[in-house]
Design a protein around this ligand. Sequence first.
Ligand code: SF4
Length: 302
Amino acid sequence: MLTPCHYAYVKISEGCDNLCSYCIISRLRGRFRSRTVDSVIKEIKAVSLRSDPKEIDLIGQDTTLFGMDLYGKSVFPGLLKNIAELKNGIEWIRILYTHPAHYSDEFIFTVRDTPKICRYLDIPIQHINDAILKKMNRHITRKEIIELIEKIRKNIPGIALRTSIIVGFPGETEEAFKELLDFLKDARFEKLGAFIYSREESSRAYKFRGQIPENIKQQRFDEVMKAQQAISADINRSFLGKTLKVLIDEKLEGDRYFGRTEFDAPEVDGGVYIDGSGIKAGEFYNVKINDTLEYDLVGELA
Ligand code: SF4
């Protein structure tokens, strides 16, 4: 599908140096290479002139590390500020694919203090059990992940956190899985992508002992999804009666439209169904939420 022109993905880096043991990105795409700040800004200016997007989605295998290879330190906060200062139609800057081991206070405060940056962060944690995190080579511990999430929630009230996790990684005992499930129930991520561990032939983890049978992996996945469904439904209910700014993605059948709030990334998250007339795709509207589903909201123009 072609990306609609009211939002645009901008890739700020290529490749990855993190060497997670289950992943073959470094083999496929090579070492981490950032673009220069100038080149990213130039691209955003060009995209703005071409299609006047309302939302920019910043992607890369590890956005938090942006600039490390070129400037000797991450200059992601500076890039974000530069993008926010551009005079164009962009109202939402969305940050995807951050790495929990590469957060800085400066980055968190930049998100907090820059209104154009969506109150949304995508932080794939992959697991929470220390032994599994180590085998995954995630460069972070359970304690550090918990402290990071607390720090983000404390500093950026109302933020929606998206994470992704892998179930059935080699050596994931029943206890380790239970620890993950309990953690997810406790952390209550607004959005969650769960994946069943897939054994990639050229990855390090391919050779790990303790591969988990497919039926157990599936059972664990189902349990995670069931728990998340309840969490998501509960979080969605808290929006009932509230008015939210919604970017309309598309017209559905009849007078029904589908859009997203700043808490929903395109393609991976849910959104808002809106009944109304004279609504235009690619425009913002204030929408009053009058019903909620497990992963989506329902509303009408406010
Ligand atoms: S999972 Fe992500 S962070 Fe880890 S090596 Fe692959 S691309 Fe890099």
